[in-house]
Design a protein around this ligand. Structure first.
Ligand code: ZN
Length: 384
């Protein structure tokens, strides 16, 4: 197959960028000393670090098949996302471990699945069982992050990137966090009402982020001192925000961007199986959830949201809209910033798949063309 190349404006620096590829694999990435054509931006495909299911498929389902995961991969590609941390939520401990083992064997045996499902986000069971803070997670299955349990999760996930969400209220939390860090896993805090002192202790032990800041907490927060303020106030904690404009209101989203250092912010969908599907009734593990025309995911009869139906690419445009800026300006928070926060490998390197997005059009309508392995797979149009 002939050598292919694309030249455009680097989505972040604005410099002329050239990507070359052979047979769908990047052979060279370089910055050129020319003035780039201003009409074409090249951006990396997106990375979603909290993804519970997609395109109708729920990762908590114990009979999910390889073919279904391949269908998820295809649907993610169509929405501009080439890598996710497969996210599993709280369940009875043995069931959770069995689920990880089942999925891991399937993923490891398939180069295609390994390319998309690059690692794990185990959200629970090391979180708060308190009302309002456990969210959609069953509180009866919450357990403390003992070194034994943390080591079991590491063993089940092999050497793949592993992110654990924990609440610092647990006794001996420092030991659990240190064990995770020693074994190469990352710890983010979340579903917690920890005090500033407990948060600081967790940071000293090695926690470096917060899972979906603004969610996983009660609706009735103390206006003078609450978990959102405590995290914003700690400059050593990175934050990940669900950028659908629903989980974090546009007002709070903007306030957070003013109050938190730019380098500390990333985005996720926290999506469940409804993402990339029409509205309706879906299953997330044992829970039945409903997705309305408004795209909001609810557990019937409960006030909390239960994941989102946001797609990654839509997330970039919603974030840009809420901040009244361009998608180029926010794109890194949904892509290569995870190289810094979670030590994920960079996307644009020789030997990697030639996956990228091309942005064209005016401020009134932006077109995004998605290229996977050097071939155009999908196109989307976004209006402000
Ligand atoms: Zn959560």
């Amino acid at each position: 197959m002939a050598k292919n190349l694309i030249i455009g404006r680097h989505y972040q620096t604005g410099d002329a960028l050239q990507i070359e590829w052979d047979n769908g694999v990047i052979s060279k990435v370089e910055t050129l000393e020319i003035i780039p054509d201003g009409a074409l931006t090249i951006a990396p495909t997106l990375t979603d670090v909290q993804n519970n299911g997609f395109a109708g498929y729920d990762f908590q389902r114990d009979d999910i098949t390889k073919e279904e995961l391949l269908a998820v991969r295809k649907a993610l590609h169509q929405h501009g996302c080439s890598r996710i941390l497969l996210t599993l939520i709280t369940d009875q401990w043995d069931k959770l471990c069995h689920r990880i083992q089942y999925l891991n064997e399937m993923i490891k045996a398939s180069p295609e699945l390994s390319e998309t499902f690059i690692g794990w986000h185990i959200e629970g069971p090391f979180m708060s069982p308190e009302p309002g803070f456990h969210g959609a997670h069953p509180p009866e299955f919450m357990v403390p992050p003992t070194p034994d349990k943390v080591a079991t999760l590491r063993k089940l996930t092999g050497n793949a990137p592993l992110l654990l969400t924990m609440a610092p209220e647990w006794e001996n939390i420092s030991e659990g966090i240190r064990t995770a860090r020693d074994l190469g896993a990352f710890v983010w805090l979340g579903h917690t009402d920890a005090s500033s002192e407990q948060i600081e202790k967790a940071v000293i032990a090695g926690a470096n982020g917060f899972t979906h800041l603004g969610n996983g907490c009660t609706n009735a927060l103390d206006r003078a001192d609450n978990i959102i303020y405590r995290i914003i106030d700690n400059p050593k904690i990175n934050t990940c925000l669900i950028c659908d404009g629903i989980h974090v209101s546009p007002l709070l989203f903007r306030i957070m961007h003013r109050a938190i250092d730019e380098e500390r912010i990333t985005y996720t969908t926290d999506c469940m199986s409804a993402a990339g599907s029409p509205p309706g009734q879906f299953k997330v593990g044992p829970h039945i959830v409903k997705v309305g025309e408004d795209g909001i995911v609810r557990q019937p009869g409960k006030p909390n949201f239960a994941g989102s139906s946001l797609t990654p690419l839509e997330g970039v445009f919603r974030a840009a809209r809420m901040l009244d800026t361009t998608p180029e300006k926010v794109w890194h928070r949904f892509s290569d910033r995870f190289t810094d926060h979670l030590d994920l490998p960079p996307l644009w390197e020789a030997g990697n798949p030639a996956d990228f997005c091309l942005l064209t059009g005016s401020d009134s309508a932006r077109q995004v063309d998605i290229y996977i392995r050097g071939k155009k797979l999908a196109e989307h149009t976004f209006r402000p």
